[in-house]
Design a protein around this ligand. Structure first.
Ligand SMILES: Cc1cc2nc3c(=O)[nH]c(=O)nc-3n(C[C@H](O)[C@H](O)[C@H](O)COP(=O)(O)OP(=O)(O)OC[C@H]3O[C@@H](n4cnc5c(N)ncnc54)[C@H](O)[C@@H]3O)c2cc1C
Length: 390
């Protein structure tokens, strides 16, 4: 059995893991980047890469995002229950990526920065000191970063389960072929109410369109039925056989994403926006913060203080996600959704705020202030309407 020791083991080479490995390697520590998959590999995802993602990408990987493999869009349609609510033609630009390309690029950046490549190496066992690969190689380090996605074995090791079934989200997708839906002729499209506490999307890419439905898992025991209905509404009736599904931690972030010298980042830490479902940006940012905390604790000679540093660094992100969860019922709760979609249809301000949110141009504390400023008038209108109907 061969054995290698490092300063940090990063488990998982998605956006969170590649960001963590790249950021740590740039600071001169020895990092192993381990993934069970050989790259390039796919990952079920809408691939929407927002302004927020582009900003974090530049910060972590030290270069501008290259959109040559992506489609850039500045127009979008919003629908609800088969009715078009709005078409916006001048939105902040968003990129639509294929994760097979995006993640291979992020991994390449991490390896160029000096991370040692252990992708394509399934893990047989994980313990507090490191991992044993299936080929019996033993890798150890004083710090482990679990960036191994929603089904994280690192989170399972720490807490017994990777996520809570009662609060997790779930998404289904297909790649529609150009002959089924031409990506060039269709705008970006979001369908509120395509699932309960969730939504549908149609994202045109290079050579295909990613069509999906996602939302909270518990109130959607039959997400497939929602997806079939959604595909039918788009004229994609022939596609259901090609469904693929994946959990996503739709805003159920872990209050304690680690312990001592073991840190969780990205989906493993539950860091997905509970309104938009965006996870790539927060994965990269949390990977960077985890790497920073790890390097600081190594410099102090106190690897077990890494989690304390990390938890403090995550405060702002956690606060933002808390506010998003507070706002979420306004958009998704079946009780309020009719009022929301009507307001969305009528109010240019609400549409623009939602769009800025989707594009990663506004953060939740700012949005909450704007919503709260409008709320009294909104409540007043509701009261007036309910009095009128008596
Ligand atoms: C249907 C759907 C649509 C989505 N759409 C969007 C979108 O449009 N935009 C957006 O920003 N976000 C979207 N998300 C969320 C986004 O995909 C995730 O938040 C993001 O991928 C998280 O990155 P990560 O690095 O934490 O995890 P992942 O990208 O899941 O990467 C984890 C890595 O860990 C590896 N791994 C797992 N287990 C092990 C193991 N035992 N041993 C070794 N390696 C392991 C995996 O092979 C993988 O490479 C969507 C999610 C879903 C499910």
């Amino acid at each position: 059995m061969s054995q290698e020791s490092f300063d940090i083991l990063v488990i998982g080479a998605g956006p969170a893991g590649s960001a963590a490995a790249c950021w740590a390697a740039k600071q001169g520590v020895r990092v192993a980047l381990i993934d069970k998959a050989a790259f390039p590999r796919n990952k079920l995802c809408g691939g929407l890469f927002t302004g927020r993602s582009r900003a974090y990408y530049q910060e972590v990987f030290g270069q501008e995002f290259d959109p040559s493999h992506a489609v850039t869009k500045t127009d979008i349609e919003f629908w609800a229950k088969g009715r078009r609510l709005a078409r916006l033609t001048d939105i902040p630009p968003v990129n639509l990526t294929m994760r097979i390309d995006l993640d291979a690029t992020l991994l390449a950046h991490a390896l160029t920065a000096g991370a040692v490549d252990y992708t394509g190496h399934p893990i047989a066992t994980l313990d507090d000191d490191g991992v044993t690969l299936r080929d019996s190689t033993r890798l150890t380090a004083p710090i482990l970063i679990g960036a191994d996605g929603v089904n994280s074995i690192t989170a399972r090791h720490l807490f017994g389960a990777p996520f809570d079934k009662g609060t997790i989200g779930f998404g289904l997708e297909i790649e529609a072929r150009p002959e089924e839906q031409s990506p060039a002729d269709h705008p970006l499209r979001i369908d509120f109410a395509a699932a309960t506490w969730g939504y549908g999307w149609s994202f045109p890419k290079q050579g295909s369109t990613t069509v999906g439905v996602g939302g909270l898992h518990a109130p959607n025991p039959d997400m497939k039925a929602h997806f079939s209905a959604y595909l039918q509404s788009l004229g994609l009736d022939g596609a259901p056989k090609r469904f693929k599904g994946h959990y996503l931690p739709f805003g159920d972030f872990r209050k304690a994403p680690g312990r001592g010298h073991i840190l969780l980042a990205g989906d493993a830490a539950g860091l997905v926006d509970p309104i938009t479902g965006e996870g790539i940006a927060l994965a990269m940012k949390s990977g960077q913060l985890a790497a920073d905390a790890a390097v600081t604790s190594l410099k102090e000679g106190q690897p077990r203080s890494a989690y304390g540093h990390y938890r403090r660094a995550l405060r702002e992100m956690h606060q933002s996600l808390r506010i998003a969860r507070m706002l979420r019922p306004i958009i998704f709760s079946p009780r309020w959704q009719g009022a929301f979609t009507r307001t969305f249809e009528r109010s240019g301000t609400v549409r623009m705020q939602y769009m800025r949110l989707l594009a990663g141009e506004v953060e939740y504390p700012e949005l909450a202030r704007a919503v709260l400023r409008r709320l009294p008038r909104y409540l007043l209108n509701r009261i007036k309407r309910s009095r009128g109907s008596i």
